[in-house]
Ligand binder design. Structure first.
Ligand SMILES: [Zn+2]
Length: 395
């Protein structure tokens, strides 16, 4: 099978050929092979083409054992049939822009800083390369981006050559070529010489532009996120929309937006602190009120609350038994179909709270536990807090 068609110098979006075979693969999926193909199969970090053979949709293209398989949903093509192939050009051209942009970015890192690229990923939205370093500076990123865009602006030709091993030796290759024969060299004159089986436009200007978006640490390497061509415009649209919404929400200018967010966060922290203090004061009042309500000569405190967090009740209980050391208390909170219980005793009280909670929990099908001085638990039940208290009195 001839495969060089998808490397044609002109942008071959459609062409005629003949069906060689229609078959099912080991997963029972239908595919066809063709005499020649314009479809690029997954490889070299570049995703496969999609498109049509006659009117039959090709949703995947893979090279398996030297055979290029065009996957189709139904076997609607016949062996020997003359067919027209058509690839989804928008998708292909986007991949060509991103992939070739990666050549430029990688070569720029090598040229300016001797930094090598260890891997490349071309995703649906973002494109990344992993660099063989632990750190890059903002200045390095700016310079590399500038260099790549300069090569784009110069609109240098992108040439491809099939060479043998001897011819290969005469070129200043960026990295060692993995294959031994039928080596395809991709040349951006005086900039990048690289063995590559991917698809590229015929000149650097068609990449449009390259923008680095972000970096992150990934398994000890710096990962650089970038986009090329139309994706730059897509990103700009999205980021501009987000920025616009944020500036409107904050009534801030674009330059002032960072400061506005800082002020907002600072205010949030201040409010949180004020709220904490106010809650603490309220708890102190509540402690005084509950302790004040204790009848003389009694030690038992029982209360039912609505919609109180167990953390708050624990805090309140601790404050009370510290204040009233002879007391023992039962707090029950009714929280959305849950009964939550806090038991506590002061240092001058001998009631075993661990034992008490173990007696209470079966009444509400609940879970919990604690120590002899402090225990808690809860369960889902349709009983009210008061009903539970009555049952506890009957112990
Ligand atoms: Zn390439």
């Amino acid at each position: 099978m001839k495969r060089k068609l998808f490397y044609a110098d002109v942008y071959l979006q459609r062409d005629m050929t003949k069906v060689v075979n229609v078959a099912k693969d080991e997963l029972e999926k239908w595919y066809v092979t063709l005499e020649e193909t314009v479809f690029f199969p997954t490889g070299g970090g570049q995703p496969h083409d999609i498109g049509k053979i006659n009117e039959v949709v090709v949703f995947d293209v893979e090279e398996i054992d030297g055979e290029i398989r065009h996957y189709i949903a139904e076997p609607l093509l016949e062996v020997g049939e003359a067919v027209e192939m058509e690839i989804n050009w928008q998708r292909r051209f986007d991949f060509m822009q991103q992939h070739t942009g990666q050549h430029l970015l990688t070569a720029s890192f090598v040229e300016l800083y001797g930094i090598q690229t260890t891997s490349f990923h071309l995703g649906k939205e973002l494109v990344t390369i992993d660099l063989d370093v632990k750190k890059v500076t903002d200045e390095q990123l700016l310079e590399v981006e500038k260099r790549a865009n300069q090569i784009i602006l110069e609109n240098r030709p992108i040439e491809t050559k099939w060479v043998n091993k001897e011819e290969l030796a005469t070129y200043p290759l960026r990295k060692k070529v993995a294959v031994e024969e039928d080596i395809r060299l991709v040349i951006i004159p005086d900039f990048d010489y690289n063995g590559c089986g991917g698809t590229h436009p015929s000149s650097t200007g068609q990449i449009g532009t390259l923008k680095i978006l972000d970096t992150e640490m990934q398994k000890g390497h710096v990962r650089v996120h970038f986009v090329c061509g139309n994706r730059v415009l897509d990103q700009l649209h999205r980021k501009q929309k987000t920025l616009q919404e944020v500036t409107h929400l904050l009534s801030a200018s674009e330059d002032g937006v960072v400061n506005s967010v800082k002020v907002l966060l600072d205010n949030g922290k201040k409010h949180e602190k004020t709220l904490d203090e106010a809650q603490q004061q309220l708890l102190n009042y509540e402690v005084k009120e509950i302790v004040g309500d204790m009848k003389e000569g009694t030690t038992s405190i029982e209360r039912v609350f609505q919609q109180r967090s167990i953390q708050q009740l624990q805090k309140l209980a601790r404050l009370i038994v510290t204040e009233a050391t002879t007391s023992q208390l039962i707090f029950i909170a009714e929280n959305d179909g849950l009964l939550q219980i806090v038991l506590a005793r002061g240092t001058d009280n001998q009631t075993n709270m661990k034992q008490l909670i173990a007696q209470i929990l079966p009444l509400i099908n609940g879970k919990g536990g604690g120590s002899e001085t402090f225990a808690q638990g809860g369960g889902a039940t349709d009983q009210t807090g008061e009903q539970l208290l009555e049952k506890i009195h009957a112990f």
